[in-house]
Design a protein around this ligand. Structure first.
Ligand SMILES: Nc1ncnc2c1ncn2[C@@H]1O[C@H](COP(=O)(O)OP(=O)(O)OP(=O)(O)O)[C@@H](O)[C@H]1O
Ligand SMILES: [Mg+2]
Length: 586
């Protein structure tokens, strides 16, 4: 059985995971070792207490001597020691477990930030919380706790078994055989619960995502009266969580009762055989009492060793998942000898670029475009045509699937990603505002900016126009996702952030779409400030904002349909841009 167990542990990648786990354990290994080894005396003391009953019984009961006061005293001392050790074990265990869990979480968090953009496209927020947070707790703190439980019970069982053999080998043999019979089902646990455990993690992640969506999507839910719909979806997920929980209980819940039953059979058998052994003077009454005491004490650890073993298995599965994340290799990383990109004197060139998010659908095809230093290029075209995708290839949110993008005549994959992104200020249509103050949000553009630089950015982005009316000015708290601001105010903060970064390439993706005409005129001035003397790619639906661009590129359904200046395009009677422009001007 042990061999079998070992093989099972190996199959759980326990050995492999342990090796990966080691760097996290190493700083705390003495305490970790203490936390585990301290369970040996704790378990073993159970045996001492049972063992002491034999001399006690034999001396008091048979010899009628009172020279045994030392035995109760000893029992008290042992019990007190055991309690103190148990406390130490719980404390060291929690300390090491939580320390390791924090370290792993930090490492995973760093990892999460480095994951490819596509990871965030295909994963849910609930999933991230479950796998980066809860799984780590259960893989580190949970695992240690359960190992402690398991090994206390194990050593308690071993010493109690020793007491059994000390008192009567015949009875002990019976007990051992029954014990092994009782332990057998444990070897089946992992196989039975693996897929349920996996499903349960993902379903619990869905629950968390529901909470997140109810938070983030609150306005939509309210305005479309989606209460019943949301509740029904939540209810459906919870129901699945419940069913999985019950399935888990079905598959593991019978283990303890089963062992309980087998062990009681053993006790009955032992008492029956034991009486016979006493009567035939093969063992003393003291032996028998001590034996039964040990057996009864043994009953508890054996009964719950099943549960501990389950829990260790569940923790190991969590560890599997943690290392799956740990071993996730991002696709978009620096090339081995990546160069630093320090300027963009040579301009930007898209050369035969093709891109698809998924196999099924080509989003960009055969894109060829040169953008010289200092030029402003406007992208227009149908919604879903690929404009945002086009610009997201430049900072390498995604890598091209065909062709290449060059800066200074060199493939951007040859530059370090950080230096590449350092050259770009990006203002998105939907800019993420972090909880905190306006100042903190703008300072994200350049964390060590001086007050003067900050004021400059605030002024150029027309942020001061609304900040001056706020009692706390730049230090006003703006709520999670900037919920206390208007859409246009958020955009201006994003523009100020981009100003502060002061990068030579500016990418504007519908940066003024959330504004009314008057504010747009203001923000347009802000943008004109931002675009001055820089290389700019601007995406806009409102064509009035792009007419001054050096080059207008129409991207229709993934292809460049036409290129030219405003005047060239509107004077061409077949131009798509011309038709769009005239339609909008009406
Ligand atoms: N992360 C993604 N994963 C898979 N497909 C995507 C992703 N982002 C966009 N797409 C798809 O790629 C195509 C181009 O989208 P893109 O956002 O580039 O269009 P767009 O021209 O910017 O549109 P709009 O003017 O409406 O902003 C669309 O069909 C869209 O469904
Ligand atoms: Mg877009």
């Amino acid at each position: 059985m042990l061999k079998n167990l070992f093989a099972k542990l190996k199959k759980t990648n326990f050995i492999v995971n342990y090796r990966q786990m080691w760097p996290f354990i190493r700083p705390y290994w003495p305490v970790a070792l203490l936390a585990v080894f301290i369970t040996i005396p704790i378990g073993a003391l159970d045996g001492v207490i049972a063992w002491a009953l034999k001399p006690y019984m034999d001396v008091v009961m048979l010899e009628k001597s009172t020279n045994t006061l030392w035995i109760p005293v000893l029992i008290v001392i042992f019990s007190a020691t055991q309690s103190a050790l148990t406390f130490t074990a719980s404390y060291t265990n929690a300390w090491v477990g939580n320390r390791i869990a924090s370290d792993v979480k930090i490492k995973l968090f760093e990892k999460l930030l480095q994951f490819d953009t596509s990871y965030f496209d295909t994963n849910t927020s609930g999933n991230v919380v479950m796998r980066f947070n809860r799984d780590v707790d259960s893989a580190c703190a949970g695992l240690l706790h359960n190992i402690k439980q398991f090994s206390t019970r194990f050593f308690s069982s071993v010493t109690l078994l020793g007491v059994l053999f000390y008192n009567s080998w015949q009875l002990a043999l019976i007990a051992v055989i029954i014990l092994f019979a009782a332990l057998f089902p444990l070897t089946q646990v992992r196989k039975r619960i693996k897929d349920i455990n996996q499903q349960s993690v993902f379903t619990n992640a869905e629950v968390l995502t529901h909470y997140n969506e109810s938070f983030g999507g609150n306005r939509v839910i309210t305005s479309y009266n989606l209460y019943d719909y949301q509740t029904a979806r939540f209810d459906d997920t919870l129901h699945r969580v419940f069913k999985l929980g019950m399935k888990m209980v079905q598959r593991t819940g019978m283990l303890s009762p089963l062992m309980h039953f087998v062990v009681s059979l053993g006790i009955a058998l032992v008492i029956w055989v034991g009486s016979w052994l006493i009567l035939s003077h093969q063992i003393t009454a003291g032996n028998f009492v001590s034996f039964v005491a040990a057996l009864i004490l043994l009953y508890n650890p054996i009964k719950s060793i099943g549960n501990s073993f389950n829990n260790v298995q569940i923790a190991l599965m969590a560890m599997d998942r943690v290392f799956e994340l740990m071993n996730n290799v991002p696709q978009i990383v620096d090339a081995p000898n990546a160069e630093q990109l320090t300027n963009i004197s040579g301009g930007i060139e898209y050369k035969n670029v093709g891109f698809s998010y998924t196999r099924e659908k080509q989003v960009l095809e055969n894109i060829n475009l040169k953008i010289n230093k200092g030029e402003t290029v406007a992208l227009v075209g149908n919604s879903g045509g690929g404009k945002s995708t086009f610009v997201s290839l430049l900072p390498r949110f995604y890598d091209v699937t065909q062709g290449q993008i060059l800066i200074n005549n060199k493939d951007i994959r040859q530059y370090s990603i950080q230096s590449l992104r350092q050259q770009m200020s990006i203002v998105f249509q939907d800019n993420y505002i972090f909880a905190g103050t306006i100042r903190e949000n703008i300072m994200l553009g350049k964390k060590n900016a001086t007050e003067e630089e900050l004021q400059n950015a605030v002024h150029n982005a027309y942020v001061d126009a609304f900040v001056k009316d706020l009692p706390n000015g730049l230090d006003t708290q703006i709520g999670e996702r900037g919920s206390l601001l208007s859409g246009g105010q958020k955009q201006r903060i994003a523009i100020a952030r981009a100003f502060l970064k002061n990068a030579p390439i500016v990418i504007l993706d519908e940066a003024t779409s959330a504004l009314d005409n008057k504010s747009e005129a203001e923000v347009q001035k802000a943008l004109d400030n931002l675009m001055a003397d820089r290389t700019v790619i601007v995406i806009a639906h409102r064509l009035s904002t792009v007419r001054h661009a050096d080059k207008i590129v129409v991207i229709n359904y993934g292809k460049i349909a036409e290129t030219g200046t405003h005047n060239e395009l509107i004077n061409n009677p077949n131009s798509i841009y011309g038709a769009l422009y005239h339609a909008q001007m009406k």
